[in-house]
Ligand binder design. Structure first.
Ligand code: UT7
Length: 391
């Protein structure tokens, strides 16, 4: 154990692609309507990644913003955990790609798979690594390009999802607070209710808008028993929140804000009713983002902070649920107010990342030259395409 065992959230950042796809846009290609989607889900529009945007590039943008808020240089980061179900590659992990983009040269990095609960699972893992003294700080990211794994001809699922990324920086402190408790749950018997086959489904360079509206391969897309997943979610959320609050020795009256996974406003409203609280206690932004799976909670957290919904010492609850089946909750004592970041500071940080990117490219080149001088075969660099498109 260490003195610095309290894992505080000291930075947060999110990234959403520019392209907005409205319910009316979707109604042009499948038999649905804005009215049906909005009344059944609360979603009006979602963001869809551009061709050059990937799960890793969005994760990098969110992490860089979170590090800027935390005022921590990437070289100080000791752990990067990326929660995602839409990596470009099984390996290298998305976390390793983010490590490279950031130039976080002292960080361990790995991906975590727990579908829409992934961010809360990752937060729990990272805070435990801090509590044991194994690392002093960590970046936890939720990031998804759901648009590349939904069947855009299946109206039951394609209306729900969106792309984006959110990140937080956790830092060990001797001041009590930060992550106070977490509860992780799973039930693999319900795995077939929400699933995505492990196929090479999300290659970086080839997917464009035409793919979005013409694919329909059930072996490469998400399938969901919507009504049953809805029932599962509404049956576990309130119990989970009560459980995690009990662990933290708190009650629902001590909670200032609940940031749930943004799947469906009716799920959130039903959970509020079960807990006997106003649905205003739950933060919702899915009207503008859709369901961004593992990214939804950190994106919503960033929006909540921007709207002034969190004050120092507030207790905030995160609750995720989804494929696996998995569900997870955590309670965090919010400790910080957002610092003012000057334009000069922001530009200086941007320049540092450009420098890091250049250094990473030089390292790759020198590895290749070294290998060819030694006469070793060099594997075709598939990753290069994505890297150059990212610029
Ligand atoms: O993040 C992972 C967790 N995922 C979730 O939490 C999703 C949970 N499930 C849901 O949010 C809801 O089940 C949905 C929004 C997916 C569906 O809403 P629902 O109220 O459960 O609708 P339903 O599946 O029971 O379908 C009702 C009717 C059906 O027609 P019939 O059989 O009653 O004639 C569907 O065919 O609505 C029809 N329908 C649609 N109609 C217009 C299904 N999708 C659509 C659509 N537009 N997009």
């Amino acid at each position: 154990m260490t003195d610095m065992k309290y894992a505080h959230i000291v930075g947060w950042g999110s990234f959403l692609p520019d392209r907005i796809v409205t319910n009316d846009d979707i109604a042009l290609s499948v038999d649905t309507s804005h009215e049906w989607i909005y009344t059944r889900t609360g979603i009006s529009e979602r963001r869809i990644a551009a061709e050059q945007e990937t799960t890793a590039t969005m994760a990098f943008e969110a992490a860089a913003r979170a590090l800027a808020v935390a005022d921590i240089h990437p070289s100080q980061i000791e752990l990067i955990i990326v929660a995602t179900s839409t990596p470009e590659y099984i390996f290298p992990s998305t976390a390793c790609r983010v490590q490279d983009y950031l130039g976080a040269r002292r960080a361990g990095a790995f991906d975590l798979s727990a579908a829409c609960s992934g961010f809360v699972y990752a937060l729990s893992m990272a805070s435990q690594a801090i509590a044991t003294g194994s690392v002093r700080n960590a970046v936890v990211i939720g990031t998804e390009t759901m648009s590349r794994i939904v069947d855009w001809q299946d109206r039951a699922t394609c209306i729900l999802f969106g792309d984006g990324a959110g990140a937080v920086v956790l830092k060990g402190s001797s001041i009590p607070g930060g992550m106070m408790a977490s509860s992780l749950r799973s039930d693999g018997s319900g795995g077939d209710l929400l699933s995505l086959p492990a196929v090479y489904h999300n290659p970086v360079p080839t997917l464009g808008p035409e793919y979005l509206y013409t694919n329909g391969d059930k072996n490469k897309t998400i399938s969901m028993a919507g009504r049953q997943v809805f029932r599962f979610a509404t049956s576990v959320i309130s119990d989970l929140i009560e459980d995690v609050l009990e662990k933290a020795d708190l009650t629902i009256d001590d909670v200032s804000l609940i940031v749930p996974h943004q799947a469906n406003s009716r799920i959130i409203e039903s959970s509020a009713k079960k807990l006997g609280v106003s649905s205003d206690l739950f933060y919702m932004n899915l009207e503008r983002t859709g369901n961004t799976s593992a990214a939804s909670i950190p994106i919503a957290l960033c929006d909540a902070v921007a709207e002034g919904r969190l004050e120092p010492d507030d207790n905030v609850v995160f609750v995720g649920f989804g494929g696996g089946l998995t569900w997870a909750g955590s309670v965090v004592k919010w400790a910080v107010t957002p610092p003012e970041i000057s334009m000069v500071d922001r530009e200086w940080k941007r320049a540092r990342y450009m420098f890091t990117r250049g250094r990473s490219r030089l390292r790759k080149l020198s590895r290749r030259w070294g290998a060819s001088l030694a006469g070793s075969p060099v594997p075709e660099a598939r990753l290069k395409d994505a890297d150059s498109k990212k610029q």
